[in-house]
Design a protein around this ligand. Structure first.
Ligand SMILES: Cc1cc2nc3c(=O)[nH]c(=O)nc-3n(C[C@H](O)[C@H](O)[C@H](O)COP(=O)(O)OP(=O)(O)OC[C@H]3O[C@@H](n4cnc5c(N)ncnc54)[C@H](O)[C@@H]3O)c2cc1C
Length: 186
């Protein structure tokens, strides 16, 4: 993507280059990137174990309690551990019940939905393919990133509550609203 393609409410387009002529950023499939990184790590001797859910960490015994698909629990001792298990981290949960562990969590007022713009029947892009498309609308926005198959993966960032929100969509017809706000997208 050589730049951002901004879509205003009237459907007017403005292109904002990311850099000098020929410079660009890439839209990459995360699952493919994960596969490439795992192949590389394996070639360097890293071992992967799938379907091994950490249920808790015993910091006194420096051991992981691991549950596999058959629900049996096993313990693996460790010398050091990096807890990279995401938003609902089991490693962090176990740390939370140790002495003086401080922790805070905030939620933002916005959520998101992933949407999809398909390729045309002939497999071409419906929007400019070398751009990250943005429909900025003050309290919410839509973005679209090109895929190799001619489709776009879109993310709608939208408030949970308020006049224009996921909550209000439950009682309003979404499509006219969508067309009004995101012309050029449908
Ligand atoms: C739809 C979507 C789109 C996003 N788009 C973007 C974007 O465009 N740009 C951006 O910067 N960010 C984006 N994000 C946010 C980004 O994905 C996260 O911030 C990032 O992945 C967090 O990384 P992490 O390593 O902390 O956790 P994660 O990526 O969630 O990785 C945690 C890993 O730990 C594993 N795990 C969890 N619990 C256990 C357990 N008990 N035992 C063993 N393993 C466990 C999980 O299976 C997972 O593999 C997006 C998120 C979503 C959901």
């Amino acid at each position: 993507m050589h730049g951002r393609m901004m879509h205003d409410k009237q459907g007017k387009l403005t292109f904002q280059p990311y850099g000098k002529e020929g410079q660009f950023i890439n839209s990459i499939s995360r699952s493919n990137l994960n596969m490439v990184l795992m192949d590389k790590a394996e070639s360097l001797g890293v071992e992967f174990s799938f379907e091994q859910r950490i249920s808790s960490v015993n910091f006194e015994k420096t051991a992981l309690n691991i549950q596999n698909q058959k629900s049996s629990i096993k313990q693996i001792e460790f010398d050091s551990i990096i807890g990279a298990d995401g938003a609902f981290s089991a490693v962090r949960s176990s740390m939370q019940i140790t002495d003086r562990f401080d922790y805070s969590q905030d939620y933002i007022a916005h959520g998101y939905r992933e949407l999809h713009i398909p390729a045309t029947e002939s497999g071409s892009f419906q929007l400019e393919k070398n751009a990250l498309h943005i429909w900025p609308r003050e309290s919410f926005m839509l973005i679209a990133l090109p895929n190799p198959d001619g489709s776009f993966t879109c993310t709608l960032f939208f408030p949970f509550e308020g006049q224009v929100s996921f909550n209000s969509l439950k009682t309003e017809v979404m499509l006219p609203n969508f067309e009004r706000n995101f012309s050029g997208c449908l």
